[in-house]
Design a protein around this ligand. Sequence first.
Ligand code: GDP
Ligand code: MN
Length: 432
Amino acid sequence: MASPVAAQARKLLRDLALRPPLLAARSQAVQLTPRRWLNLQEYQSKKLMSDNGVKVQRFFVADSANEALEAAKRLNAKEIVLKAQILAGGRGKGVFSSGLKGGVHLTKDPQVVGQLAKQMIGYNLATKQTPKEGVKVNKVMVAEALDISRETYLAILMDRSCNGPVLVGSPQGGVDIEEVAASNPELIFKEEIDIIEGIKDSQAQRMAENLGFLGPLKNQAADQIKKLYNLFLKIDATQVEVNPFGETPEGQVVCFDAKINFDDNAEFRQKDIFAMDDKSENEPIENEAAKYDLKYIGLDGNIACFVNGAGLAMATCDIIFLNGGKPANFLDLGGGVKEAQVYQAFKLLTADPKVEAILVNIFGGIVNCAIIANGITKACRELELKVPLVVRLEGTNVHEAQNILSNSGLPITSAVDLEDAAKKSVASVAKK
Ligand code: GDP
Ligand code: MN
């Protein structure tokens, strides 16, 4: 089970990236943005881009080899590029479970598109950014290939350390930008943008120049950069990454790849975009949790953790480890809790057959402990809980909460603090 853990670790890192000091410590925080739920595939991002005047290649999307072949014929292009659609990057160098090498292929023959698509669709593609077993490919993009004379890197992101949007670019694109940042930091250029004033012509021009666009290409690149920035704002993105942001021998500046991340808090005003959300790559249980505004992370031990807040989640996992146990998962309740959510949370936690005990560790700041206690007793009764339950509540209304639990007649073990809770839950598992 090494690979799901790797994926979870990456998620944890993304959560941790919410912490400003960590972001500040990484001067090139290009890949590290706060955790967001909405993900779009490349073809969806490129549709948004082309609708907003950004230059992308003509393309079709296919979900079968036959459809890919038809799309390739329909494109009627000199050369075709076939690209597996998964949310992770590094596809070019990825490997399919069918044995096919490379998630991005160039060919002049539509028949070859069909043959390659057959070895892509329905198979897993593993890249540097996916779990080891890869991610299943359901769709491919069939696009008109263009010759590339130069590959640069361009991203626009909300950066906490700049308190606003920043343009990040490098004349050395196409490759892993973090490697460039490590080996040639002088080749990474930044432009902080005042969100009220917007992007200035001089900033777009300077970035175009730093990316190495010369002559008439400089104005064209600056124009694309401004359009990308305006799109970034319009769609409430937290990151727009184009790698490669390339030039063709014919003198065109083109976005050859696209990755957009979004601000979840903007869902209310970006309904069309959120409706496109591709959740097919999430674990089903994560999607189920997200429906109830809960965040679920699966781990490989046997003690389920029910907590509020990512920090408390990690502290809880740590203290379980320290006491010789292993967390099976954690479920983060967040703030503003309703009783029904507590019930759903228990349902999700107990659905995992690995779970041999549940540890509830809730700190009631905004959360009212009595609501949690009522949710717990209701869930225990209705779900006929079969595993030991250790509860540590602290904070708002904790006495009422303890009364609810102790008067419930249910076999709930209460704990006085986190340490006590960890010891009791580890012991309850060991007894079995
Ligand atoms: P990634 O590997 O997941 O980042 O996928 P990309 O879309 O960036 O494609 C990987 C590489 O394939 C790019 O860096 C380009 O070198 C190459 N590539 C992609 N599209 C084209 C194209 O239309 N023409 C040419 N010549 N190369 C392309
Ligand atoms: Mn790329």
